[in-house]
Write a protein that binds this ligand. Structure first.
Ligand SMILES: [Fe+2]
Length: 192
């Protein structure tokens, strides 16, 4: 179910993005103690956590695919693998970023409304999203050239480009797993 939602996020990402999404767009949550509302809150957090974990998994699979391509350049790089990665890289990133900025971050800020460090981290992550999306467009263009056997293909430069991209993406995911996922788990009273 959650995997289906992630696929829809990725497919719907297209050229749309949420540059203008304010991290404080939603009103702060003022829990009134009613059990009904607490149940709804818990359900929302469970779903957000599941989607966040699933988006991370999709990004890490992409990193593994790009690393395999980088390791196989130039002779063993398969055109089909290059084209498949070129087709999916932008959608995977935009889907994840749209989810994080529009759905996840407002809830994190609601949970930690006085956490200045969290605000600073999210602002830094927003810039990383922009950088990664720009980087992803370059990766997609280069991989399309390799897949179509056109253009001025340089194995060393492509390997350097791919490694810079997926190593940065892995660091981004690692940071979010270490610092953002625990906020949701703590709110759920879970150490999973
Ligand atoms: Fe992110």
């Amino acid at each position: 179910m959650i995997e289906d939602k992630v696929v829809r996020h990725i497919e719907a990402a297209g050229s749309q993005r949420s540059f203008g999404t304010s991290m404080t767009a939603k009103a702060p949550y003022h829990g009134d103690g009613a059990g009904q509302h607490l149940t709804a809150e818990s359900g929302e957090l469970e779903e957000l956590l599941g989607l966040f974990v699933a988006h991370h998994a999709a990004k890490l699979r992409l990193c593994d695919d790009l690393e395999a391509i980088a390791d196989s350049l130039p002779e063993r790089a398969g055109p089909r693998e290059c084209l498949a990665a070129a087709r999916t890289v932008n959608g995977i990133l935009r889907g994840a970023h749209e989810f994080e900025e529009a759905q996840l971050w407002p809830v994190l800020l609601r949970l930690r409304c006085d956490d200045r460090e969290l605000c600073d981290s999210l602002e830094r992550l927003r810039y990383e999203h922009w950088e990664d999306e720009s980087y992803a467009e370059e990766v997609a263009a280069v991989l399309t050239d390799w897949g179509m056997c056109v253009g001025n293909r340089n194995a060393e430069a492509t390997g350097y480009l791919l490694r810079g991209f997926f190593e940065g993406l892995r660091r981004h995911v690692a940071f979010e797993r270490e610092h953002l996922v625990p906020i949701l788990r703590s709110a759920l009273g879970s150490d999973r």
